[in-house]
Design a protein around this ligand. Structure first.
Ligand code: GAR
Length: 193
């Protein structure tokens, strides 16, 4: 069955969908055990229900601190034997509680060629600078903002006159192929072999 994944997402969930498709067609040998979302109204929650994936939705405002909600999430991840946390459009920084427990086992996808354009609205930042090439980065998460060790990257060309939507579409097409492939390449822990 391969490794056990928890996907963390805050938005549309097109990367979550791509991961689920790859699991279903057998190109990604993994079990998506859990979807974690910090926004009740996010479309990714409906997508997880359609795929019959257990879902935890939490409201960060209901907790005293990041450490408080991460403690709760960590217990859930550990009780399910989750090997990797996959961030797919999760718009919150991960704190020390999860980082220490899941060192080198939290992965993020970011819509730029890091270290260029970290943080929010990477596509907008790239268009602002008039770059001719941008792209997608998959990296391990550390305590910085999009700074952890890079696992893989793929470039996307920005053509003259491309709208924001056009660039976003090209980036997402790349993301949906790259992310499942990179996840499949992650080392499997010895205990779960
Ligand atoms: C993706 O393009 C992902 O790279 C980006 O959010 C989008 C989520 O789309 N992530 C970041 O910007 C992280 N800083 P999705 O909900 O359709 O998968």
């Amino acid at each position: 069955m391969g490794m056990k994944l928890a996907v963390f997402a805050s938005g549309t969930g097109s990367n979550f969908d791509a991961i689920m498709k790859a699991v279903k067609n057998g190109t990604l040998e993994a079990d998506v055990s859990l979807l974690v979302c910090d926004k009740i109204e996010a479309s990714v929650v409906k997508k997880a229900q359609q795929h019959l994936i257990d879902t935890v939705v939490f409201n960060p405002k209901c907790y005293e601190s990041k450490a408080a909600y991460e403690e709760v999430l960590l217990k859930d991840l550990q009780s399910r034997g989750i090997d990797y946390v996959i961030l797919a459009g999760f718009m919150r920084l991960i704190g020390p509680t999860l980082l220490e427990a899941y060192e080198h086992r939290i992965v993020n996808i970011h819509p730029s060629l890091l270290p260029a354009f970290p943080g929010k609205d990477a596509i907008g930042q790239a268009l602002e600078k008039n770059v001719k090439v941008t792209g997608v980065t998959v990296h391990f998460v550390d305590n910085g903002m999009d700074t952890g060790p890079i696992i893989d990257q793929e470039a996307v060309r920005v053509e003259e006159g491309d709208t924001r939507e056009a660039v976003q579409k090209k980036i997402q097409q790349v993301e949906h192929k790259l992310y499942p492939r990179v996840i499949q390449s992650l080392p499997v822990k010895e205990e779960s072999l």
